[in-house]
Write a protein that binds this ligand. Structure first.
Ligand code: AMP
Length: 393
């Protein structure tokens, strides 16, 4: 796979697949611009090398053309962040787009309208992909969050370009994952949490091939505890995943991976920040009570393992960290990951909620790498080859 630095952009038009699928608040303003910010290094790099940029993205899941999902809403924010005028093309293919792109001069930027206004985008339609490719000379994919999707602009399009490469953001993601999956420095610890065991089973079983320690917290821990014969009260659990949990535990034993489960938990009589709470043994949660965070003994046990690790993956919170009453465990783990990183460990944080947690507790600059792709990151950890990355090679 070529790197962006292997390609000459001088006088060339780059089609950059970005992920500008940003969230909006109730007033219709962008509530988090980090996806746009994340694409700036690639755009600025290409402009600085004498190229021009054609930015293409999806926004939401429109059914056909809908002004609710127009990318023109992002134009002021992109112009502000790039500190330059950006031309908007009301269509991503066709005569108008072709005309605007053909007139594009060195240093100029065009934003194409939402790719998903065409159902051909998600259908990975080759004719649609070819029409998109006709707009530019070079293909750059910087949308890590969509590389697990085989869509026209993320995968099919690449074959129509002689020169194609990952953008700086995607390259960083690929390198971060390589550091974790290819001969990582040991001890390697995966911290897996979140609500559901079902969404993380494949990740856990694949990660058992590379890790020394598996820390299991959050709501998903209760299915393991129940499988081990514990009494979990009203805590969240998945009856149909008990067998999977027992298989993970058996596989871990076979692969000599240490498993760390909670010992104590913060249990609550309601799923509410203001409910009554008590610290109880994880194997003895009274009926009517549910575990909503790891307890202090558990946090201390997990912290020790994390502190002695050289490579750390963290995916999923240790409790309902959105509620201040149940944030302590997740915060303690964030702090431990930051401390271990400061001591020299490589730490990778991925998956929407652990990223939200690390930001909430303001540790985002104290870890080695925060992945921008939730689903893509999980599929990489499951050992799958992502279509968007494969298409670049
Ligand atoms: P996931 O998307 O599977 O990573 O799950 C993240 C969500 O899991 C967060 O919104 C947490 O509030 C929730 N969560 C974590 N621990 C628990 C728990 N013990 N009970 C219920 N929900 C939890």
């Amino acid at each position: 796979m070529k790197s962006i630095t292997d390609i000459s952009f001088s006088g060339k038009k780059a089609f950059i697949r970005v992920d500008f699928n940003v969230p909006f608040n109730d007033e219709g303003d962008i509530s988090d611009n980090s996806r746009i910010v994340a694409a700036l290094p690639t755009i600025n790099y290409i402009l600085s090398k004498g190229g021009s940029c054609i930015l293409a993205s999806h926004l939401g899941r429109p059914k056909g053309k809908s002004m609710n999902h127009t990318l023109s809403k992002l134009l002021p924010e992109i112009e502000k962040l790039l500190n330059t005028k950006v031309i908007f093309s009301e269509d991503c293919i066709g005569k108008k787009a072709e005309q605007l792109c053909s007139q594009l001069k060195e240093g100029q930027v065009i934003l194409l309208e939402n790719l998903r206004f065409y159902k051909e985008e998600t259908a990975a339609d080759p004719f649609f992909a070819k029409q998109l490719s006709a707009l530019a000379d070079i293909y750059v994919n910087d949308a890590y969050g969509t590389t697990h999707r085989e869509h026209a602009s993320t995968a099919t399009i690449a074959q129509f370009f002689e020169h194609r490469c990952p953008g700086l953001l995607l390259e960083k993601e690929i390198n971060g994952l390589k550091k974790l999956m290819n001969k990582p420095s040991s001890p390697v610890t995966a911290i897996i949490g979140g609500a559901k065991v079902s969404s993380k089973i494949s990740v856990m079983s694949n990660m058992l091939n590379v890790i020394d320690n598996l820390i299991i917290g959050g709501g998903m821990a209760y299915t393991f505890i129940k499988q081990n014969g514990g009494r979990i009260g009203d805590s969240i659990f998945e009856n149909d995943r008990l067998v999977d949990c027992s298989q993970i535990l058996a596989l871990a034993k076979e692969k000599k991976v240490n498993i760390f489960l909670p010992d104590d938990v913060v249990a609550s009589n309601e799923f509410s920040n203001d409910a009554l709470k008590q610290i109880v043994d994880v194997n003895n949660i009274p009926d009517g009570w549910q575990g909503l965070d790891i307890g202090p003994r558990t946090a201390a046990k997990f912290e020790k393992v994390i502190y002695n690790s050289s490579t750390i993956l963290w995916n999923g919170p240790m409790g309902v960290f959105e509620m201040p009453s149940f944030e302590k465990g997740t915060k303690a783990i964030a702090q431990a990951v930051a401390n271990s990183t400061q001591k020299g460990a490589f730490s990778l944080i991925g998956g929407g909620d652990s990223v939200a947690a690390i930001k909430k507790f303001e540790f985002q600059n104290k870890v080695s790498f925060i992945s921008t792709g939730g689903g893509a990151m999980l599929e990489s950890l499951e050992g799958k080859t992502l279509p968007g990355i494969k298409a670049l090679s």
